[in-house]
Design a protein around this ligand. Structure first.
Ligand code: 1WJ
Length: 383
């Protein structure tokens, strides 16, 4: 294929971010992409293998999701990026004509692949599906994301699990910086498509500041904070965020990767994060857990067996309003597919309602009061 001439991602015409309101460190904004706008703070449902598990794309959209996540690692292995491209790209393939963000694949290689080796040039690994050998370089990752046609593409990076030795964290952070340079050089910024860098540096504030400043100097459409939600306690994650976000450009979106619980999200919005992704609401739904404004409810628990109440009679989500806890308990115990479907629907609906509430509160200049109200709801427990 002809090597596309790289353009400066910072100059691509239609990709943009505007801040509508701020309240302390919290920001209400909007990202514009080739496939539409993203209201921030935003929660991005995870659609790793070109599907948000157990949900129809129309349902996900109806809940208020502006953007979904796909993943380079999974899609390069199956059905391959070239096949998705031949079929019209990922938006067409999964019938989601709205923004898509794809992760670069490095995180999954380190957590899923077999026999993986990382060096300056690339990551080499064997597929967890059929053992076939693959090479993922910063350039190849962007080529794959370009074939998928995702609106927001992530640089290839190296994320280390915590706790880790400082030398190891530093090595991976500097490699990720060099890979950020190569990613920017390789990025073919079609109008409305953006490239995000990923800040690394583990739980070391000095390394985080160095990474954030170096990436800002290179210049990207947006900045992800990576290397968190990898086993560290919440207070460590929040301390790192407080040290990192002030070093990032105010006029660019910030994306905290892999986060998190509702409490993680509220606390991180208060530290200047705009975008989130997490498997929590979808994975927990498949395991019988419901997220509600009154906290978490474990529908596997026998105490629900005779409870005729819905999860949340005030919810706009049919799954939370029109089905009893007794029925949900039955479906979960019987391992019926509808159980996973209804609970995933309930959880994604709650997460989108949480984000809508945060956006409104920031616009109204009452983020701190809203945070207190939301936390009080969780503390009330499951009445
Ligand atoms: C859970 N905690 C966590 N996830 C993380 C992910 C994957 C998110 C990706 O993983 C898939 O979900 C399992 C999703 O893929 C669709 C998501 O994009 C990260 N990805 C990169 N490139 N760099 C990181 O530093 C990083 C840190 C994370 N911490």
């Amino acid at each position: 294929m002809t090597v596309p001439t790289p353009t400066d991602p910072a100059a691509a015409p239609a990709f943009g971010f505007r801040r509508i309101a701020t309240d302390g460190m919290a920001r209400r904004g909007e990202v514009t992409t080739a496939h539409g706008a993203i209201r921030t703070p935003a929660f991005m449902p995870v659609g790793t293998q070109a599907t948000v598990k157990t949900m129809y794309p129309e349902q996900v959209r109806a809940l208020g999701a502006d953007i979904l996540l796909g993943n380079t690692y999974h899609l390069m292995l199956r059905p391959t990026a070239e096949r998705v491209d031949r079929l019209g790209g990922l938006h067409r393939f999964m019938n989601w004509p709205h923004p898509i963000l794809t992760d670069s694949g490095g995180f999954q290689v380190m957590s899923l692949a077999k026999l993986r080796k990382i060096n300056e040039q690339a990551v080499t690994f064997q597929s967890h599906i059929d053992g076939s050998r693959h090479v993922l370089s910063p350039e190849r990752s962007l080529e794959i994301q370009g074939l998928l046609g995702s609106d927001i593409q992530m640089q290839l990076d190296e994320c280390v699990a915590l706790p880790a030795e400082r030398a190891e964290i530093e090595r991976a952070m500097r490699l990720s910086l060099r890979w950020a340079e190569r990613s920017k050089a390789a990025f073919f910024g079609k109008p409305g498509h953006g490239l995000f860098a990923i800040v690394q540096g583990g739980d070391d504030e000095a390394l985080r500041v160095e990474s954030a400043r170096a990436l800002t100097a290179i210049g990207f459409h947006g900045y992800a904070v990576g290397g968190l939600a990898v086993g560290e306690p919440q207070d460590v994650m929040l301390r790192i965020l407080s040290a990192t976000t002030p070093e990032l450009p105010e006029d660019r979106p910030r994306y905290l990767m892999g986060v998190g619980t509702p409490d993680d999200i509220v606390e991180s919005v208060g530290r200047g994060i705009d975008m989130f992704d997490c498997v929590m609401p979808t994975r927990a739904g498949r395991h019988g857990q419901a997220f509600t404004r009154r906290g978490k409810v474990n529908l596997r628990n026998a105490r629900h067996a005779d409870d005729p109440r819905p999860i949340d009679e005030e919810s706009t989500c049919p799954a939370a309003r029109d089905y009893s806890r007794a029925y949900l308990h039955h479906l979960v115990k019987a391992e019926e597919a509808l159980g996973a479907m209804l609970l995933t629907w309930i959880n994604l609906s709650y997460y989108q309602d949480l984000m809508a509430g945060l956006r409104a509160a920031i616009e109204a200049g009452r983020f701190e009061d809203h945070k207190a109200e939301v936390k009080a709801g969780w503390a009330r427990g499951d009445i």
